[in-house]
Structures are given as structure tokens and as C-alpha cells.
Design a protein around this ligand. Structure first.
Ligand SMILES: Nc1ncnc2c1ncn2[C@@H]1O[C@H](COP(=O)(O)OP(=O)(O)O)[C@@H](O)[C@H]1O
Ligand SMILES: [Mg+2]
Length: 213
């Protein structure tokens, strides 16, 4: 059984100069542990698609199921916090909080701050020695490592990453790609990653190309 199933997803935005159809009839079946790259030119709808599949945004029409349950109905915040992890291009860390506090946040929201797991994840991303540093003093690559640890904090089934290396230099970028892919493999997480980077796409099991309409 697939972990996530999307069927005929359509998204229309209404703007001042009329409506734009960003996605039309997008369907996908994601297996457990599978890594999928979403590619396509800027503006084609990659971020919109990730937001919809990650239940952050509702489609105009279509169907979405995660772990066999309708993922478009009801209050999804609790399920999302336990089932899905997110990594963004601009890291989205709380800059005035420490590395450890940032990683702990999803578990605090879930009601139990699991410091042992946060420290284990910081070790996995190679930042044990930065646990008590404020996020704002970290380099871009270090910030994305923290964000990866944070995304894994609640032991989710699926990670969504929106151009996770778009703000990094090429050397750091390839290190972060290897880290992300190897952690997903090791921890058996599914991954949906939007990227312009052919190298990252090649490391995934499958590539979906979004075309401009
Ligand atoms: N909230 C919104 N309201 C109106 N238009 C939007 C909104 N979000 C995205 N768009 C438009 O939808 C299109 C796809 O955007 P996006 O998903 O960010 O593309 P990508 O991530 O591939 O660059 C763009 O034309 C963008 O301007
Ligand atoms: Mg985008």
C-alpha cells in the first residue's frame, strides 16, 4: 500500500489579473522509503505542490490520502506534526533560539520534549558541538543541518524539502544533499524534494517533471 496517494490535484489561484491554474490533474503514489524529486522551471508550481501534498494548503479539487486516510478533511495540524517533516530553502529556524531548542520544537508542540532524541539527531547531522549555539550564528549549511534534524524530530513518515540547497554554495549543497538522502535511507523515510539540482534529482528513486502550461 502506498504511503501517500494524490489523485487529480488541481490548484487555481485567483489574482487581481484573473485566475491562474497552477496544477491540473496531478496524481502521485508514493511508496514507503521512496525518494522523489520534483523538477521544473521557477513558477511552475513546485512549492504549491509540496504545500498541498504536505497538507499545508488545500487543493481546489482532487483527492489526497496519507497512510490510508483522507488528508483533506478535518484539523490536520496534529497528524501533520507527527507524520510529516518540512525543510525549506531559507531554513526557517528560530534565530534567537539555540540549535537544540530548534530541533526540540516539534516534540514540544506534540507535548513531550525528547532531549535525548534531539541530541541523537544533532549527532547524526554532525552538529553535536553546536547544540547550545544560537541559530543566528550558524552558517547556511549548518542551519540546513539543524532544519533536517528538526524535520526528523517526531520520527515522521514523509519529509518534504523545498529547494533545500537553493541557498547554499555548490560544495555545501552537495554535502547537504548526501546527508539528506543518506538519513532518509537509513531511517527509512519517504522524501519529496523540489529542486533545480540535477545532482540531487539523480540521487532520488524517481523524478517528476512539472511542465509550464
Ligand atoms: N498564494 C498565491 N496566490 C496567488 N498566486 C500564487 C500563490 N502562490 C503561488 N502563486 C503562483 O503560482 C505559481 C506557482 O508558484 P510556485 O508553486 O511557488 O512555483 P515554483 O515553486 O515552481 O517556483 C506562480 O505563478 C506563483 O506566482
Ligand atoms: Mg518554489
Amino acid at each position: 500500500m502506498s504511503l501517500l496517494q494524490a489523485k487529480d490535484i488541481k490548484k487555481i489561484y485567483k489574482g487581481p489579473s484573473g485566475t491562474i491554474e497552477v496544477l491540473s490533474r496531478f496524481s502521485l503514489s508514493l511508496d514507503r522509503g521512496e525518494a522523489i524529486a520534483i523538477m521544473g522551471p521557477s513558477g511552475v508550481g513546485k512549492s504549491t505542490l509540496l504545500s498541498i501534498l504536505g497538507t499545508l494548503e488545500k487543493p481546489t479539487s482532487g483527492y489526497l490520502e496519507i497512510q490510508g486516510k483522507n488528508a483533506l478533511k478535518g484539523d490536520l495540524s496534529k497528524r501533520r506534526n507527527n507524520l510529516l517533516g518540512f525543510i525549506f530553502q531559507r531554513f526557517h529556524l528560530l534565530e534567537e533560539f539555540t540549535t537544540l531548542q530548534n530541533v526540540l520544537l516539534p516534540s514540544k508542540i506534540a507535548g513531550e520534549a525528547d532531549e535525548k532524541r534531539a541530541l541523537m539527531l544533532l549527532d547524526k547531522v554532525g552538529l553535536s558541538d553546536r547544540a547550545n549555539f544560537l541559530a543566528k550564528v550558524l552558517s547556511g549549511g549548518e542551519k540546513q543541518r539543524v532544519a533536517i534534524a528538526r524535520a526528523l524530530m517526531n520520527d515522521p513518515q514523509i519529509l518534504f524539502a523545498d529547494e533545500p540547497t537553493g541557498n547554499l554554495d555548490s560544495h555545501t549543497s552537495s554535502q547537504i544533499q548526501d546527508l539528506l538522502i543518506s538519513l532518509c535511507r537509513e531511517m527509512k523515510k519517504s522524501l519529496i524534494v523540489a529542486t533545480h539540482d540535477e545532482g540531487l534529482a539523480l540521487k532520488c528513486d524517481r523524478v517528476i517533471q512539472l511542465e509550464k502550461k
